[in-house]
Design a protein around this ligand. Structure first.
Ligand code: FE2
Length: 283
C-alpha cells in the first residue's frame, strides 16, 4: 500500500494498492481509515472496484449510511447509494456547484461523504475542496476571535421549498405533493456556530455554506454580508484548495466538518457518472 499527500499544505491523502475488503494485505481497517480521514480531510482511493456491495460494506467503516431521497435517485437495489450524473433522466444532478458541506440542511449534518467515479469526463468536471481548518487558522486574530462566538442562520424550510418547486418546474425530479410535504416536515430552520470544534482533537474549523447559510445572527445585514465575504474569500484562497480531476475507479472520501467542496460542471457533451454514499452524523 502506498500513501502520498495530495497537497503541499497537508490537505488530502492519495492511497494506492489497498485491499477494498478484508481479503488481502493492505486492508484499510475502520479505525485506520477513520484516523487518516480525520487527519487529512480528504482521501483519494485509487482503483476502487466497481461493485456496489463492496462499496456499501466499505462505507460502513465510517458509520451508518443515510437513505437516499427521493427513491428515484437510488442505484437499483441500493437504497443508500445515490446516482449522481449529468446524463439527463438518470439519477440526481451531479453535485452542488457552490461551496458547501453535505447535509448542512439537517439538524445533525452528514459526517462523511464517499463519492465513487464510474465514468469520468475527459475535460473539466473536477471537484474542488477547501481546507476549513486552515481557513480558520488563516483568519486575522481579531476576526478569528469574533467569529468563534457567532452563529449562522440556515432558513432550511424556505430554501428547500423553493428548490423543490424549481426542480419540479425544470423536470429534474418528480415529486408528489405528499413527498414534498414529508420532505419539508423533516426540515427546521437551523442556527449553527460558524466555528466547529473536533471533540477528539480540539481542532477548530470554519463552517460555511453558500446555499443554506443566509446570514450571521445578531449583527446587521450589511455587516453580516461583509463578514461572510471575508470568510469565503479566506476559505477559498487558492493556496488552501485541492482540485480533484476525476479518473474512473476513483473513490473520494471527505470529512464535512473539516472541508467544504464545490462541483465544476463537465465540459459540454462529456458524461460524468458518480455514486455517492453519505454517512449520518452523530447526535
Ligand atoms: Fe456535495
Amino acid at each position: 500500500m502506498q500513501m502520498t499527500g495530495l497537497t503541499e499544505f497537508g490537505l488530502g491523502l492519495r492511497i494506492e494498492g489497498f485491499s477494498p475488503d478484508d481479503s488481502g494485505p493492505g486492508t484499510l481497517a475502520g479505525p485506520t481509515v477513520r484516523a487518516l480521514l480525520r487527519e487529512f480531510g480528504v482521501l483519494h482511493l485509487v482503483d476502487f472496484p466497481d461493485d456496489d456491495d463492496v462499496y456499501g460494506a466499505f462505507a460502513r467503516r465510517f458509520g451508518r449510511p443515510e437513505e437516499v431521497f427521493p427513491a428515484e435517485h437510488r442505484a437499483p437495489g441500493h437504497p443508500h447509494i445515490r446516482l449522481q450524473t449529468n446524463v439527463r433522466g438518470v439519477g440526481a444532478n451531479a453535485g452542488g456547484q457552490y461551496w458547501h458541506a453535505d447535509g448542512s440542511f439537517a439538524r445533525i449534518p452528514t459526517s462523511v461523504t464517499l463519492l465513487y467515479c464510474q465514468e469520468a469526463p475527459a475535460e473539466e468536471g473536477e471537484t474542488l475542496f477547501a481546507d476549513m481548518r486552515a481557513a480558520y487558522r488563516a483568519l486575522p486574530d481579531q476576526v478569528r476571535k469574533a467569529v468563534s462566538g457567532l452563529r449562522g442562520r440556515y432558513p432550511c424550510r424556505e430554501i428547500a421549498a423553493r428548490d423543490m418547486d424549481r426542480a419540479v418546474a425544470m423536470k429534474t425530479v418528480r415529486l408528489s405533493a405528499e413527498d414534498r410535504r414529508r420532505q419539508l416536515e423533516q426540515l427546521r430552520d437551523i442556527s449553527r456556530p460558524l466555528v466547529s470544534e473536533d471533540p477528539g482533537t480540539g481542532r477548530r474549523a470554519l463552517h460555511l455554506n453558500q446555499h443554506w447559510l443566509r446570514e450571521i445572527e445578531g449583527i446587521d445585514a450589511a455587516e453580516s454580508a461583509e463578514l461572510l465575504q471575508l470568510l469565503y474569500d479566506t476559505a477559498t484562497n487558492a493556496s488552501r484548495l485541492y482540485r480533484h480531476r476525476w479518473t474512473e475507479g476513483d473513490l473520494l472520501i471527505w470529512d464535512n466538518a473539516s472541508v467544504m467542496h464545490k462541483a465544476i460542471p463537465a465540459a459540454v457533451g462529456q458524461r460524468k457518472i458518480t455514486r455517492r454514499i453519505t454517512i449520518a452524523g452523530e447526535p
